[in-house]
Design a protein around this ligand. Structure first.
Ligand SMILES: NC(=O)c1ccc[n+]([C@@H]2O[C@H](COP(=O)([O-])OP(=O)(O)OC[C@H]3O[C@@H](n4cnc5c(N)ncnc54)[C@H](OP(=O)(O)O)[C@@H]3O)[C@@H](O)[C@H]2O)c1
Length: 272
């Protein structure tokens, strides 16, 4: 008997449980909202309590959401986060490693501290939380519905960013490494019926992109073959694909959601 291929079945995530790091703003907030609106139960985790409180007020209108204040780079806080997840949600179907940070400076002024901070959040913490989350992740042993890990990479991990003007050495290096880590983890975890994939967004509105969008929005839009930045449904759409039945056989891939920007570099000259 063939499975029901209607979108209501193919893309359903009803009743699934998810942890979204950095779920208090930007892309994390968009994804938490999309998961909730489709019937998942969600924990968001980030550092700033005020941002969490504001996010929760919005998110609880969409469904069952919990929040935990946590710095994902801190081993003890990660352990406490996972205990919280376990007590609120039981086991975890979906881990979205989204928390991230950036640092821009000219080469001679680029501090070790900035480089280490970005690598620490964007790469090291993703590895550590994924490893630690093995105890909470649902090991269904179900090939049609494996547990899912989604890493939020970046188109800047595919190409070297130019529109920001100020170099972001650590950011693009961290995201390129995260894309590769995604593939290594996908192979490692496949036998446990866990898939690992990355989404590599182009520009979307968020606190992180506030400054560049304010100053260089038209350059950014011109740099994109589709001539615009990304929008909330486009981020949520790819996430729903990856975490539903539809995405069960997709493993170890990096999916750019950037309107084609990462493949169009070099097609126009930049004025400084
Ligand atoms: N927006 C874009 O155009 C774009 C494009 C490509 C990739 N991305 C990626 O998307 C992800 C989200 O970024 P965003 O653009 O949505 O930026 P954002 O609005 O600044 O969100 C970053 C989130 O991460 C949290 N966070 C940062 N450091 C953390 C830490 N050490 N522990 C726990 N939480 C932490 C922040 O909350 P607290 O500060 O309160 O901790 C916030 O909730 C990042 O990985 C970013 O690299 C974004």
């Amino acid at each position: 008997m063939s499975e029901n291929l209607g979108v209501e079945n193919l893309f359903s995530i009803k009743g699934k449980t998810a942890l979204v790091t950095g779920g208090s703003s930007g892309l994390g907030l968009m994804m938490a909202k999309g998961l909730l609106q489709n019937g998942a139960k969600v924990v968001i985790a980030s550092r700033n309590q005020q941002k969490i409180d504001t996010a929760i007020r919005e998110l609880e209108t969409y469904g069952k959401v919990f929040a935990f204040t946590c710095d994902v780079t801190d081993a003890i806080q990660r352990k406490n986060l996972l205990s919280f997840v376990s007590s609120c949600l039981g086991s975890l179907d979906i881990l979205v490693n989204n928390a991230g940070s950036n640092w821009g400076a000219p080469l001679e002024d680029y501090p070790d501290e900035g480089f280490e901070k970005v690598i620490g959040i964007n790469l090291n913490a993703v590895f550590s939380l994924t490893r630690d989350a093995m105890s909470v992740l649902k090991m269904r042993g179900d090939e049609k519905d494996p547990a899912r890990i989604i890493n939020i990479g970046s188109m800047d991990g595919i190409h070297v960013p130019i529109v920001q003007r100020v170099p972001t050495f650590a950011y693009s290096a961290s995201k390129a490494a995260l894309h590769h880590l995604t593939k290594a983890m996908a192979i490692e975890l496949a036998s446990r019926k866990v898939t690992v994939n990355a989404i590599a967004p182009g520009f979307f509105e968020s606190k992180m992109t506030d400054y560049v969008l304010k100053h260089y929005r038209s350059d950014i839009e011109n740099d994109c073959p589709l001539g615009r930045i990304g929008q909330e449904p486009e981020m949520v759409g790819i996430l729903l694909y990856l975490v539903s039945r539809a995405g069960s056989y997709t493993n170890g891939v990096v999916i750019p959601i950037d309107g084609g920007t990462s493949i169009s570099k070099g097609s126009r000259e930049w004025m400084t």
